[in-house]
Design a protein around this ligand. Structure first.
Ligand code: NAD
Length: 368
């Protein structure tokens, strides 16, 4: 398909503001950006997910033939200190200096890892995000959170480092496996639940679940990017305590990160763990007298329509999950802060839950 920019959004962060281009066939736009940098005598390094590169559209092959490239193995376990150090060594061997530019092509794993490498190498290189999974398009490529996992927990080491631009080429989704598409839908559903009622109702109104070909998809992606941009603009570094701010984007994630870490990175896709986490968050809300039985059933069936899990696939030890939660970044002074729902699309932060209550939630999704 020929180039068609459907939307250009903006993340308004003063001197760190950047555009998000959404469209089809954005290869030439990406190559133009490349060429401009090269023309200015800068080194351009491409970090690309190996799984994506195998199936990548033609423009990627053209890019790869022009600049230094490092292929990164697919999967959550790549978001590690081992691969971070591989990228640093690669940038050093390519003699990338402080004017150098990094392009990250892949899903959230590639984006988070490459972004952190760019944030840390020579104290900060410019970087560009080319998200190729639905999850990365609607969430991880926007907002500047970069980082890696430790065995002690998800995303424990990282930095805020905003990209210079995000190129969302919808054509990349044509090769995305169905299971990965569904994982991205968990984050889409999250946006509806945490604050966008009309998005939530729209998702419920579709006669059949969305797929990468759905005509409604570009608008859904745009809505999520706009919601994320708005939240990031108001609280770039997740420092607002009272009303929740950026921390609200973590709806379901305290549970999800514990599942990923205890089950072993990669056992659940991030979006699948988020799906169970959303159910946990809704049950926690119900424990406080918010939301209804009907809300829970509706959410369950929406998630299940995308073949997303609503309970653990196999036993995990509830105490191990509790311990993993304690190392979550959202723990403040030993208290775990949860995002709960006053009602659908009205989220807030609360740390009033005790251990027994949280254990009950874990047991309700099948932890032993
Ligand atoms: N930084 C943030 O704000 C933020 C937000 C949400 C999630 N995340 C992180 O994102 C990560 C999950 O990202 P993800 O779901 O994109 O997973 P991922 O990066 O592991 O990609 C999923 C799989 O899809 C393959 N793939 C990628 N693009 C493809 C394409 N177009 N065609 C075919 N295959 C393709 C990859 O090879 C991989 O196997 C997690 O580490 C999570 O913590 C970060």
């Amino acid at each position: 398909m020929s180039e068609q920019v459907l939307k250009t959004l903006k993340v308004g962060l003063e001197d760190r503001a950047y555009p998000i281009f959404i469209g089809h066939g954005l290869g030439s736009l990406i190559i133009k950006s490349f060429t401009e940098h090269l023309g200015e005598g800068k080194k351009v390094a491409v970090l690309i997910d190996d799984g994506f590169s195998e199936k990548a559209p033609l423009f990627v092959k053209e890019l790869l033939s022009r600049v230094s490239t490092l292929k990164l193995p697919s999967g959550e376990s790549t978001k590690s200190v081992q691969f971070l150090s591989k990228i640093w060594d690669f940038l050093a061997s390519e003699e990338v200096d402080r004017t150098g530019v990094v392009f990250a092509l892949g899903g959230g794993v590639t984006g988070d890892l490459s972004g952190f490498a760019a944030a840390s190498y020579l104290r900060g290189l410019d970087f560009y995000q080319v998200p190729t999974t639905l999850l990365a398009m609607v969430d991880s490529s926007v907002g500047g959170k970069t980082g890696i996992n430790l065995s002690a927990g998800k995303n424990l080491v990282g930095a805020f480092h905003q990209p210079k631009a995000v190129f969302i080429d919808l054509d990349c989704l044509s090769t995305l496996p169905k299971r990965e598409f569904s994982a991205g839908m968990a984050e889409v559903i999250k946006y509806g639940l945490l604050g966008n009622k009309s998005l939530y109702h729209k998702l419920l109104s579709f006669s059949k679940p969305l797929n990468s070909e759905s005509k409604e998809l570009p608008e859904i992606i745009e809505t999520c990017c706009l919601d994320k941009a708005k939240i990031v603009e108001s609280d770039e570094r997740e420092s607002i305590e009272s009303s929740g701010g950026r921390a609200l984007l973590n709806l379901g994630h305290t549970f999800a990160h514990a599942i990923e870490s205890v089950a072993g990175y990669g056992e659940y896709l991030h979006g699948e763990a988020v799906s169970i986490g959303l159910i946990c968050a809704l049950r926690l809300s119900r424990m406080s007298g918010y939301c209804s039985d009907a809300d829970e059933k509706i959410l369950e069936s929406l998630l299940q329509s995308y073949a997303l899990p609503v309970k653990l696939r196999f036993d995990l030890c509830s105490q191990a999950l509790m311990n993993a939660m304690q190392s979550d970044k959202k723990v403040k002074a030993g208290k775990i802060r949860f995002v709960v729902l006053k009602e659908i699309s009205d989220a807030f932060l609360s740390s009033r839950f005790d251990t027994d209550q949280v254990l009950k939630i874990w047991n309700s999704v099948g932890a032993k």
